[in-house]
Design a protein around this ligand. Sequence first.
Ligand code: AMP
Length: 407
Amino acid sequence: MKILVINSGSSSIKYQLFDMVHHTVLTSGIAEKIGEDEGLLTHEIYQSNEHTVKSVKTCTITNHRVGLIRIVDLLLDQADGVIRDILEISAVGHRVVHGGETLHSPTVIDEKVISAIKDNIPLAPLHNPSNLTGIEVAKSIFPHALQVAVFDTAFHQTIPIKAFLYAIPFDMYEKGRIRKYGFHGTSHAYVAERAAEYMGRPKGGLNLITIHLGNGASMAAVKNGECIDTTMGFTPLAGLVMGTRCGDVDPALPFFLAENFGMSLQEINTLLNKESGLKGLCGTNDMREVITKYHQGDSRAKIALDVYSYRIKKYIGAYFAILGSLDCLVFTAGIGENSAYIRNLCCSGLGQLGIEIDSERNSKAGKGVREISSLSSIATILVIPTNEEFKIAEETKKIIELRRQKK
Ligand code: AMP
């Protein structure tokens, strides 16, 4: 069973083709600069023992349809192709950013689902339209294949009302759908499942805190397999300090900026989303550079690391309180998977909560799921590489199998 996973952005299409019988990835890549004078196609073929062959070429990619056709040509290539016939692709799994309150689980895409994704465009104006374009194009190029949508917001739909509601007039929720939604749900769900597998326990019996630290960053409190809170909110701007996003600030800040700095709404939006976070505090959004600068004695980099890790630690405490007990703490994504230094900063001083890192285990690099807690730590602390694309393929496969059973 071959499943193509697509993440369609405004000017790019990321893809991965999975063999879901053997749970392996066959190819992955990205068609970028769609609509520009010169587009870019990066294509990677996975061979045995994780060896990959990568090709990069420039070509015109006038629109998403052309982009996907070029990707299909690469998949079918006579010399290097991984399929012989387009019919080998049983299904296409689409990453869709916003499912709102109605779309809370992976879903076969029909006209109703398309219209619900459209209804959610006001909630994700930058993402849902490009996700829809990807769906339309894939439907026309793979008419035989099942099209499935997996939503970034879905995992967080179990968050109870006391945690997702903002204390603003209730009408704003009822009529304006303003509430916490949360994002990175596919990543949190994936690492939560892998953690349960590692612990050898059913996910329904585990309390977890999952910490996704990439360029975007968020945390989730997962009680008995269900998400009960997350740090991102109505938009992905809330919560942790990120590469360029500020995370939590006083909600009155935009008024102050407008009144006292003469900033427009657009300028404030750009300031908080693109010029803040690590970049705003010390000039770079790349955590590797922040750490290097800190080791070179840069005082701003030290402040950035302190603010960054303090916020994570504060949320660990908060999530411990709402969970009542903690079985497992999981670090994932670029920073969470690779930086022993940041993991250590976030967990230092949490011994009283039963959270204790073993510095030797923590500093050992490695692949796959790794345990980094000390022997005396009550909570198991894990590093788990995230794999949102694989999770989308897994969910798509589940839907195919369910439909087969029903027939
Ligand atoms: P992601 O969005 O998941 O690709 O993560 C990107 C972030 O991971 C960037 O801030 C990178 O600097 C950071 N990152 C990647 N490798 C390392 C590393 N070895 N140490 C610290 N940060 C890293």
